[in-house]
Design a protein around this ligand. Structure first.
Ligand SMILES: Nc1nc2c(c(=O)[nH]1)N[C@H]1C(S)=C(S)[C@@H](COP(=O)(O)O)O[C@H]1N2
Ligand SMILES: [Mo]
Length: 372
């Protein structure tokens, strides 16, 4: 079947990338990912931070921005950004955000959606107020089971429909790490990352981290906003064969990201010296279950060694791993990393296929060359 050609994001949106060092994804919305070697920092610099938009960038007037909480609450409330900052305790949470579609490009057969390679992941220190404190101020009704998050960005197809309206199970919305953030890495949140307010939902896929948040609609059922239903950001409940299309009723919302790791040094294409010891390093993270260990291979997965793991700074931050090896074979070599979590899940060597190409946590591979 012939597919219509994919248009690229409009020029005025592409210009906003400025000094960002990102690979732009072919898509009608602005989407761009990091090169793994630019992610070699405990906190990802803004210029290496991936961008994922489901629609057009909205026009923002931060000075007049308000956030409303309504729905299944006893008191509906609205705050300006300044009121939010002065009414509630401000907290910092360091957490990884990963797009559920990261790694989709490696799926075979290919699946629809932005064709991310390895770079739709980052780690930042987020500053904001707890979503929990807002919900408590409004008083949750007994039948409150989910939040629905709303923003002004609309689809690129001209329909005017919201680009994305996702939500969280009420237990996650009430969990202390779930924030309404207004700053990242000590700087005001940039427009591209959701200024003036965004959701921070550590452990959940990036899609749950609603940008440009102006309403939290407390629901008495699983939120059914844009991209919450059908097969969007959902995985089949049972393993499926590559190419198989189970019924949408067999899918469940992704509420936890799998254990994963990324080699950030050396860079793809690096030339290593024969017989000279060199370091392989990167980061490991997972959703709610902590990382337990990381193994590294310098021979495409034939043999593995344990990497040293730096202590976990914070529950949802990524952890630095390092291993050393001495290249003993000239020519092309494939470096690999695979992490395990405390529940015993280990990254697979090859991608596990699913119809929408989500949560690919296959071991990262970096191709290098060894020369005398
Ligand atoms: N309003 C709004 N929020 C959004 C999105 C969006 O399209 N619109 N995309 C989501 C997805 S799918 C991801 S992965 C993250 C990406 O955040 P970033 O662009 O700051 O990296 O934002 C989420 N929040
Ligand atoms: Mo995403």
């Amino acid at each position: 079947m012939n597919k219509p050609p994919i248009r690229s994001a409009p020029a005025e949106e592409l210009r906003l990338l400025g000094t960002k060092r990102l690979r732009v994804i072919e898509d009608s919305a602005l989407n761009a990912e990091a090169y793994p070697a630019t992610l070699d920092h405990s906190l990802t610099p803004i210029e290496a931070f991936f961008i994922r938009n489901n629609g057009r960038l909205p026009q923002i007037d931060a000075a007049r921005w308000t956030l409303t909480v309504d729905g299944e609450v006893s008191r509906q409330k609205t705050w300006s950004v300044a009121e939010l900052k002065s009414s509630f305790e401000q907290v910092d949470v360091t957490a990884v955000i990963e797009c559920a579609g990261n790694g989709r490009i490696f799926l075979d057969p290919p699946t629809d959606g932005a064709q991310w390679s390895d770079g739709a992941v980052a780690c930042a220190r987020w500053t904001g107020v707890r979503m929990r404190d807002l919900l408590l101020a409004c008083g949750l009704e007994e039948n409150a089971v989910y939040t629905g998050h709303c923003s002004p960005d609309v689809m690129t197809d001209g329909s005017g429909r919201p680009a994305l309206s996702r939500g969280l199970p009420i237990a996650k919305a009430m969990s202390p790490e779930t924030l309404i953030a207004f700053a990242m890495n000590g700087e005001p949140l940039p427009l591209l990352h959701g200024a003036p307010l965004r959701v921070v939902a550590p452990g959940f896929p990036g899609s749950a981290w609603q940008k440009w948040l102006n309403r939290i609609w407390v629901r008495d059922r699983e939120h059914d906003g844009e991209k919450m239903t059908g097969t969007d950001y959902r995985l089949p409940r049972h393993p499926v064969a590559p190419g198989q299309k189970p019924d949408a009723s067999d899918f469940a919302v992704i509420v936890d990201m799998p254990v994963k790791s990324l080699i950030t040094f050396p860079a793809a294409g690096a030339v290593l010296k024969f017989s000279e010891e060199c370091e392989v390093r990167g980061f490991a993270w997972s959703g709610h279950v902590p990382v337990a260990s990381v193994e590294v291979s310098a021979d495409g997965g034939s043999s593995w060694q344990q990497a040293a793991l730096e202590p976990q700074a914070e529950h949802f931050a990524w952890r630095r791993f390092r291993a050393r090896f001495v290249p003993k074979v000239n020519g092309a070599a494939v470096l690999m990393a695979r992490a395990s979590d405390e529940a015993g899940h280990r990254q697979p060597l090859d991608q596990v296929w699913n119809p929408r190409g989500y949560c690919n946590n296959a071991a990262h591979r970096v191709r290098v060359t060894v020369c005398a």
